[in-house]
Design a binder for this molecule. Structure first.
Ligand SMILES: NC(=O)c1ccc[n+]([C@@H]2O[C@H](COP(=O)([O-])OP(=O)(O)OC[C@H]3O[C@@H](n4cnc5c(N)ncnc54)[C@H](OP(=O)(O)O)[C@@H]3O)[C@@H](O)[C@H]2O)c1
Length: 289
């Protein structure tokens, strides 16, 4: 069955993967960029959704971690208030609302966190994104709140392509110093988009952790990238204090994906295998340029 899919933040890394996936599947996709539709202009957003009549709105647009710390008012306007408005419009239009949330809600203890762990909100980004999640669930009965891990994948042309950036860095030789004390679950956007679609097909609104299976330190992540790009550059795990950030991000963002299991879906692929698959795709893209 052909569906109508509306994606916010068109042109972004995850939104582009979603647009590619649903277009290839034969669905009717509308993914306006910020220049075409700013989600802060809520009247225009409402008109666009009521006109397009999507089966699902996939909401990826957000203000990111460091920008939130610098601009807290905009952080809550975009990540909380605009999210809540989108959810309300979806409720009115009878559209499912997919909110792309965050993994950075659990503080510093190094362990895996499930959907049932209490949150510890250390950054403005975490507070604003989490508030977006709470409001989305309140405003729209058919909200699918998705907490992904550290995202990678997509075209090398995406400015935020983490794997490609590390490939460029490693290609220069020498060594790469990276945090050995920050932990997460790297998540391939190709796998994430497919799993979100499985959740939609199961028609089970709710809260889902959807990350690459397993986890590791930032240094483990970079090592895997370098190895799978066929490079010999040494990766040195260091204290994250060497790279001061505006936001005091949590030490641990590794997630258990319990609710996926509870609704009978298979786990996401292992993150290390996903890096291997993606590096092959990326190197092919570079060769064909
Ligand atoms: N990247 C990660 O590791 C990660 C991890 C967990 C969760 N997430 C969440 O995943 C989602 C997608 O992340 P991503 O990495 O794909 O981000 P991204 O590449 O920066 O995409 C976000 C897009 O939203 C657009 N945007 C910003 N403000 C907007 C507005 N007011 N109206 C319309 N569009 C607007 C951005 O445009 P401009 O670029 O022109 O500003 C950008 O194209 C976000 O919600 C993020 O919080 C990301």
């Amino acid at each position: 069955m052909k569906r109508k899919i509306f994606i916010t933040g068109g042109g972004g890394m995850l939104a582009s993967e979603m647009e590619f996936f649903y277009s290839k599947r034969g669905d009717d996709v509308f993914a306006p960029t910020i220049g075409q539709l700013n989600i802060l202009e809520i009247g225009k957003v409402e008109d666009a959704i009521l006109h397009f009549k999507p089966d699902y709105v996939l909401h990826t647009a957000a203000l990111h971690v460091n920008d939130c710390e610098e601009h807290p008012e905009m952080a809550f306007k975009l990540n909380s208030w605009a999210t809540s408005n989108l959810a309300r419009i979806c409720q009115k239009n009878n559209s499912g609302f997919v909110y792309i949330s965050s993994c950075g809600y659990f503080g510093d203890e190094v362990k895996y966190y499930s959907e049932y762990d209490p949150v510890v909100l250390k950054t403005v980004y975490a507070r604003a994104k989490h508030q977006g999640e709470v409001l989305a669930i309140k405003e729209c009965e058919r909200t699918f709140a998705i907490r992904p891990g550290w995202l990678f994948g997509g075209s090398v042309k995406q400015p935020k392509n983490f794997v490609y950036q590390r490939y460029l860095e490693a290609s220069k030789g020498g060594e790469i110093k990276t945090a050995g004390d920050k932990f997460g679950s790297p998540t391939y956007i190709g796998d994430l988009v497919m799993k979100i679609d499985e959740i939609l097909m199961a028609d089970r609104p709710g809260l889902y952790h959807v990350t690459g299976n397993g986890g590791g330190s930032r240094a483990d992540y970079v090592k895997k990238i370098v190895e799978n790009c066929g490079l010999k550059t040494k990766v040195v795990p260091v204290d994250s204090g060497l790279f001061p950030r505006k936001a005091n991000v949590p030490d641990c963002e590794m997630l258990h994906n319990w609710n996926l299991k509870f609704i009978g879906l298979s786990p996401m692929p292992n993150w290390e295998d996903a890096i291997e698959r993606y590096c092959k795709t990326m190197l092919e893209e570079l060769k064909s340029e």
